[in-house]
Each structure stands twice: as C-alpha cells, then as structure tokens.
Design a protein around this ligand. Structure first.
Ligand code: SAM
Length: 275
C-alpha cells in the first residue's frame, strides 16, 4: 500500500511526498512532532503539520541562514541561534574556526531529542564543546543578555504558537540590544509568494531599528513556494561590502562567494514588498 504525506502550505496549495516509513510521532508541551522517512527527501522533521527540514534539502536553508551573516561579520566569536532545535544551523556555525561559543536557545527539548535520535547528519554538532544548548524561550534569553553577541540567528517555526513573539518589533529591539556594537542578526522570514504582508512588516520594523537592513533569498524545494526569504539587520557592516578573499571554502553545497552576492539581487515583485 502506498502512503503519502501532504502539508497544506496555504488553504489552496500543498506539497505531497510518498512515505517510506513513519518513524516517530508525539505531542510535546508545545507542538505535534513527527519524523517521517520519504522517498524523495529522505527523513523529514514535521512540526504541527509543517515541514521543518529534510535530509535532502536542509543544506540550502542551514547554509544560507548562517554563512551569509557570519561572513558579513569580520570576526564572529559569540553566536546565538533562537529556535533551530534540529541543530543544522549550529553545525554550519561551528564550521567557522573563529567561533568560540554558539548557543542554541530552543523552547522545546523534544525537538532537540528527536533530532539527535533520527537526524544525526543534521544534529551532529550539538555535542560539540563550543555549542551550548539552552532549553528556554528565546524571547526571554535575548531580553536577559545585553551587548553580548556578534551574530544572532532566528531559526524559528512559522509565526504561530511560541514563535509569534519572534516576529514582532519589540523582539527586534531586544535583539539590537543583545548584540555588540557591530553585531548582525538574521531571521527566516517566510515566502515572498505566500507571506507578502509579513515580509513587508518585518522589513519595515527591522529597518526602523537597524542602520543596515537587507533581504536575501534562496530556493528550498520543501518550503512553501520553494522560494524563501531571510531578513538581515546589521548595526555596522554591509553584507555587500565584504573584503575580497574573506569568504573561505567551508565545504558547503549551496553557499559560496557568488551566491552570497547574488542572494541579495531581488526580483521586482520582492523589491516592491520592501518599499
Ligand atoms: N528551519 C525551520 C523552518 O523554517 O521551517 C525551523 C527549524 S527549527 C525546528 C524551529 C524551532 O523553533 C522549533 O523547534 C520550535 O520549537 C522553535 N521555537 C519556536 N518558538 C520559539 C521560541 N519562542 N523560543 C525558542 N525556540 C522557539
């Protein structure tokens, strides 16, 4: 018998994958967690019916949410990931030899545990001695730490449940205060096709706080519309003015110096969202 998994990405559009096996299902304090093995994308982490990451395409998201801000900073040493319980962002951050400490601040310990058990390729660096996993609300953690970090990455779920407060102006102000005087922040900010209002609002809010605000994009097949946006707020450094030769080969599959620049080149319909 064939089994298929469908995520309704909007009320009218979905993605459907043929399932090899359902490996794990549970209800945590915060969300429904499922781990399924699919024919096309391999193992897939699903939270509240929404694909978070898959073995086949995770590299795009995790490389783009980390290396773009880290290489935009001349010397990132202390980095925070808010959310990101699968560990993929931490894995990429720790490829930077200068990083001394990378905090993973994830509200749901069960996401971390399930990822360690079923997604070892993605969670591999969570036991690294430079990584520190904190199970707590990222909003609280960021509020409590002032002038501490070089780079903050918000690798959150969609803006529902505990992630709602990660998409509001107050939180971006807390992030600004939590960064050092030349810090950089990036958040995943959904699909330019399906989340137009969110992208416009978030860009406006971030640019009212940070002197440099930029949006960049990449292609991720399992995310809604396959086209994804990240928004960067920087206190000092412009990600498009980085010195020749800074971007080193870290063995990435998507990210490189050309992709870094090209990711900020936006089609007109996306530019219009930022006006
Ligand atoms: N790459 C993913 C995507 O865009 O679909 C996100 C991956 S990661 C699994 C998202 C994590 O954010 C979830 O594990 C969720 O528990 C966590 N999260 C949501 N709200 C949070 C909050 N307020 N503080 C810390 N973590 C939060």
């Amino acid at each position: 018998m064939e089994l298929w998994y469908t995520e309704k990405q909007t009320k009218d559009v979905g993605i459907t994958c043929k399932v090899k096996q359902t490996l794990h299902v549970e209800k945590s304090k915060f969300q429904d967690i499922a781990l399924i093995d699919t024919e096309q994308y391999g193992r897939m982490l699903v939270l509240d019916g929404t694909v978070q990451t898959t073995i086949e395409d995770e590299f795009v998201y995790h490389e783009m949410i980390t290396h773009v801000p880290l290489f935009s900073h001349p010397d990132p040493r202390k980095v925070v990931v808010v959310g990101g319980g699968d560990g993929g962002a931490i894995r990429e951050i720790l490829k930077h030899p200068g990083v001394e400490k990378a905090y993973l601040v994830e509200i749901d310990d069960r996401v971390v545990e399930v990822s360690k058990r079923f997604l070892p390729e993605i969670s591999v660096a969570l036991n690294d001695k430079r990584a520190e996993v904190r199970i707590e609300d990222g909003i609280k953690f960021i509020k409590e730490n002032r002038n501490q970090f070089d780079v903050i990455i918000v690798d959150s779920t969609d803006p529902v449940g505990p992630a709602v407060g990660l998409f509001v102006k107050d939180f971006y102000q807390s992030i600004f205060d939590s960064l050092k005087e030349d810090g950089i922040f990036v958040a995943q900010t959904e699909s330019p096709f399906y989340n137009k209002d969110l992208i416009s609002r978030v860009y406006r809010d971030i640019s009212s706080i940070f002197p440099v605000t930029k949006l960049y994009v990449c292609s991720i097949p399992t995310y809604p519309s396959g086209y994804w946006a990240f928004t960067m707020g920087s206190k000092k450094f412009n990600p498009l003015e980085i010195p020749e030769g800074r971007i080193k080969d870290l063995g990435t599959k998507y990210y490189n110096a050309d992709v870094h620049k090209a990711a900020f080149v936006l089609p007109n319909f996306v530019k219009q969202l930022l006006e």
